[in-house]
Design a protein around this ligand. Structure first.
Ligand SMILES: [Zn+2]
Length: 484
């Protein structure tokens, strides 16, 4: 046991709790170190300097002895480094040089921690970590930010031909350097000093170049750059809020799975020369084999698909009931119904008699009024008044084979679609896919939009579908050694 945090409402409770804690901890032959602990008490919203004791010794308050942290240390390091550079009598250009080759490498020393904090292996390339490719993490590269900041300043100094203004610019550059955060926004609104709107564009260009450089590197990486070949897959963007809500293992699993750096037997064989075969069958146990090809994955993969079908059916069902419950459509777009017409979106809004059938608990029987067939698509959505039917089939493929899965399903229902058309119906066959690692296909996103799901609802539906598959994959990963 290492750290312990307690929180109570009153002084008496805290004193009592501390007494009890000390008793129990002593019984376990351990010791509390009051000197290394901190206390903070807030009375009616104000900081009080009330002290608590453990045995005879008192616990210092936070205001007496502030808590030292790595971030604090780093900030002091940056501030003192910048001050030292600034105090020298070197010309401005050399000061920049000092910062680039003196201070920055020392900051980059902390780089290794970022991966450690997210539970990622050291071999994960910076492309995966900072790149804005398929998986978009809310982390930006220190080098990239530094380059941008540098370009902003350089531009400002270069553009100034008037010596008086240049002097001013220099002063501003120094002031900007002293800015608390060296990677922050610098002098964007300084058009008064002879700068046009070109600065932000150039800075954007720097970011684009950095991204292009990362992409070029990714192409050369056989394993971690596999995502470059994925087609028809939407980017997965993880915001700070989402990262905050994810359990640590899930976040780490998502990133490691996307770049194939999970400790699968084939990876372990590459790293430590361990046995690369699957514990359950004689094949090589790559991540794809564990999630898609092995016998456990075949049964569990089916469950994941079922689960996702339910998820998609629930999304469409709520949308269907919502639309059907709307007031009847007005034949002409008169002004009284402006609101309703706006809330009607795309195809779904055009009718109020939508019906949905899902091939879930009981077998889906294709309605005879549409066509007679033995095929059982996952979901069937139709409106008799519009004579419009959607035949929806959901697949969970490997990310690299999304387009293939889409074409396969399309062909499978092509004949049925012609039959239905001959009965006088308009038919749409949108196969939808969600990859094993939680990446949504563009086809899925398109269908949701066609169903009138925009903005917040769209994002939520996409997230639900993605999480449902990812959970299944995570389960398979954890159970990779158990027999089915
Ligand atoms: Zn296997």
């Amino acid at each position: 046991m290492d750290d312990l945090t307690t929180l109570t409402m009153t002084k008496v409770c805290t004193a009592q709790l501390l007494r009890k804690l000390q008793e129990n901890i002593e019984r376990a032959c351990m010791k509390i170190k009051p000197r290394k602990s901190r206390s903070i008490s807030i009375i009616k919203g104000k900081l009080s300097d009330h002290r608590f004791h453990i045995g005879e010794e008192s616990i210092p308050t936070v205001s007496e002895k502030p808590v030292k942290s790595l971030v604090e240390h780093l900030r002091k390091e940056v501030a003192s480094g910048l001050e030292n550079i600034d105090r020298t009598l070197l010309p401005g250009k050399l000061k920049f040089w000092c910062m680039q080759y003196g201070l920055l490498p020392r900051l980059l020393y902390w780089k290794g921690y970022e991966r450690k904090w997210l539970g990622l292996p050291r071999c994960l390339s910076s492309i995966g970590f900072y790149g804005k490719g398929m998986l978009h993490l809310p982390i930006s590269s220190l080098v990239e930010d530094y380059k941008c900041a540098k370009v902003r300043l350089e531009l400002m100094l270069l553009d100034l031909s008037d010596p008086f203004v240049a002097h001013l610019g220099h002063r501003q550059a120094k002031a900007a350097l002293r800015h608390k955060d060296i990677v922050g926004q610098v002098q964007e609104g300084s058009s008064g000093l002879g700068l046009g709107a070109s600065t932000p564009m150039v800075v954007q260009e720097v970011r684009r170049e950095e991204e292009a450089r990362r992409c070029a590197q990714a192409v050369a990486q056989a394993k971690q750059g596999q995502w470059m070949a994925w087609e028809g897959v939407k980017k997965l963007k993880i915001s700070w809020k989402e990262l905050w809500e994810m359990e640590t293992f899930r976040a780490s699993f998502t990133i490691r799975a996307a770049y194939d750096v999970l400790p699968s037997p084939t990876n372990l064989s590459q790293w430590y020369a361990e046995d690369p075969t699957c514990p359950l069958c004689p094949s090589l146990a790559t991540l794809k084999h564990i999630l898609v090809g092995c016998k456990t994955s075949l049964t569990q993969g089916h469950n994941t698909l079922r689960h996702n079908q339910k998820c998609l059916a629930a999304v469409l069902e709520s949308r269907r009931t919502g639309v059907n419950a709307l007031p009847p459509r007005h034949p002409s777009g008169s002004q009284h119904h402006l609101f309703i017409i706006r809330s009607d979106s795309r195809q779904l809004g055009r009718a109020r008699d939508w019906k949905l059938l899902a091939d879930l608990n009981k077998k889906l029987c294709f309605p005879v009024e549409i066509a007679a067939t033995n095929l059982r698509p996952d979901l069937l959505l139709w409106s008799a008044s519009l004579k419009l039917v959607y035949i929806i089939e959901l697949t969970v493929p490997w990310e690299g084979a999304v387009e293939e899965a889409y074409e396969r399903k399309r062909l499978r229902y092509a004949e049925l679609a012609t039959d239905v058309q001959q009965q006088g119906w308009n038919v749409k066959v949108p196969p939808v896919e969600v990859g094993y690692r939680g990446f949504i296909a563009t086809s899925t996103s398109r269908l949701l939009r066609e169903m009138g799901m925009r903005g917040k609802f769209h994002r939520q539906a996409v997230k639900d579908l993605s999480v449902a598959v990812e959970k299944g994959s995570q389960w398979l990963w954890v159970k990779k050694k158990d027999s089915a």
